[in-house]
Design a protein. Structure first.
Length: 201
């Protein structure tokens, strides 16, 4: 087994798709701090990320995916002005119940977001994970070396738009493969990737 596979095995990475959110403008979805890393996949439409710590705003298009690695309070919304939109707190179904939709907002343009999380063994080798940026934005229109990432994202979107038997499990495993790819990409940017991974194994 290669070194990155050993690191991932010891991390006990677990991806979980929690719910699908069908939002119609105007809408907002506040997300507080969480003990695990979170992901948001825009399967359809367009929205904005508002970071509560820095005030940064990021436009998200269909096919974009966000991974929020640490305790970063944030809000997803239909508007670039977060304060211009208010929505009642949504009723979140049991995690993994992808056949149910969380519906929020008004009667404007529709956005479909798949929300989930990544969990790790707290006693696992966290150095590589902790070295990642607080927020990772995987764009649908990215560099050529992200094609493999976008293939995984595309399959996740297909399952989110038309869920069937086994969709939750399929999305969970695809999300884990995607996160492994993110870790690989980050490790390869290191001056000496082999030494970095060997030090974590």
């Amino acid at each position: 087994m290669d070194v990155l596979s050993i690191v991932l095995d010891r991390l006990k990475l677990r991806g979980t798709a929690d719910f699908r959110c069908e939002a119609r403008a105007p809408w907002s979805l506040p997300v507080g701090v969480a003990p695990s890393a979170l992901f948001h996949l825009v399967a359809q439409g367009q929205c904005w990320l508002h970071r509560g710590d820095s005030g940064e705003k990021v436009s998200l298009d269909a096919g974009d995916m966000l991974i929020v690695m640490r305790n970063v309070p944030h809000t997803l919304s239909s508007d670039s002005d977060e304060l211009a939109v208010t929505s009642p707190a949504p009723q979140i179904p049991i995690p993994g119940a992808l056949d149910e939709l969380v519906r929020i907002g008004g009667e404007g343009r529709e956005t479909l977001v798949l929300c989930g999380r990544f969990e790790f063994d707290p006693d696992g080798p966290r150095s590589l994970v902790d070295a990642l940026p607080d927020v990772i934005h995987i764009r649908r229109t990215g560099e050529r070396d992200r094609r493999a990432l976008m293939e995984l994202v595309r399959h996740m979107i297909d399952e989110a738009l038309s869920p069937g038997p086994g969709s939750a499990l399929i999305i969970n495993r695809l999300s884990e493969a995607l996160f492994a790819r993110v870790l690989r990409h980050h490790a390869e940017q290191h001056e000496r990737p082999g030494q970095l991974l060997a030090s974590l194994a």
